[in-house]
Design a protein around this ligand. Structure first.
Ligand code: ZN
Ligand code: ZN
Length: 221
């Protein structure tokens, strides 16, 4: 497959790399249809280079179509359309049980004392191959991926992978203003109005995002 590959400080290339395969029973592989480019990727481009290795595949804001699933996956089927959140969480540890998926105890790299593993984001977060690629292996796919309906374009859902969730978290911190949330409200009214009405009603980000998509579906159509 083709993928965005890190080679060094300010040296990122599109190259052919081996296709990902199912490695664990709870894995899925998706064929990526859209993938965000995040401001956080700029950190990898320069200042976080010491934590990267040549050959690392970048990207943590993907969505796509399920291509293969491991034998323990019951909630996804080949052909499902999904958004993949950037955090990789197990869904059943102490932290996940309390809605703190970004601190998942199963996937975090204890050696570095950081949070849950992330796609395409340094040795500090597991050095998991990322989603700026044609195919993506999704660990713990029995928990993370969010199914979305067929029909509307990818740009209606892609932000559920990272940016939208970050804004939701920011909205819950009284001293922290999310500029991107205001942008959503100004430029994507269907999403913005839903954020305003629902972000206090749902304790978990992933639930808010999912219900936002469903609640606004007529607007997307
Ligand atoms: Zn991001
Ligand atoms: Zn967990």
């Amino acid at each position: 497959m083709r993928a965005v590959v890190w080679h060094g400080r300010r040296d990122v290339r599109i190259e052919t790399v081996p296709d990902p395969v199912i490695q664990e029973p709870t894995d899925a592989v998706i064929r990526v249809t859209s993938s965000g480019l995040c401001g956080s990727d700029l950190h990898l481009y320069e200042v976080m280079a010491p934590f990267m290795a040549p050959g690392d595949v970048l990207g943590h804001e993907p969505m796509g179509i399920v291509e293969a699933v491991g034998p323990d996956i019951t909630g996804l089927q080949v052909g499902d359309r999904v958004v993949v959140p950037f955090n990789i969480a197990c869904g059943h540890c102490f932290m996940c049980d309390r809605g703190l998926q970004s601190q998942c105890e199963t996937t975090q790299v204890h050696e570095h004392g950081c949070g849950a593993a992330l796609f395409g984001y340094t040795k500090l977060y597991g050095q998991v191959p990322g989603g700026q690629a044609e195919l993506l292996r999704v660990p713990h796919a029995d928990y993370g991926p969010i199914k979305v309906p067929a029909g509307p374009g990818d740009d209606r859902f892609l932000f559920l992978s990272d940016g939208f969730n970050v804004d939701y978290q920011c909205s819950r911190l009284p001293h922290f203003i999310s500029h991107r949330a205001f942008l959503y409200q100004r430029h994507i009214p269907a999403i913005g109005s839903s954020v305003r009405t629902e972000w206090t009603a749902h304790p978990a980000t992933r639930h808010l995002c999912f219900s936002t998509v469903v609640a606004n579906r007529p607007a997307f159509d």
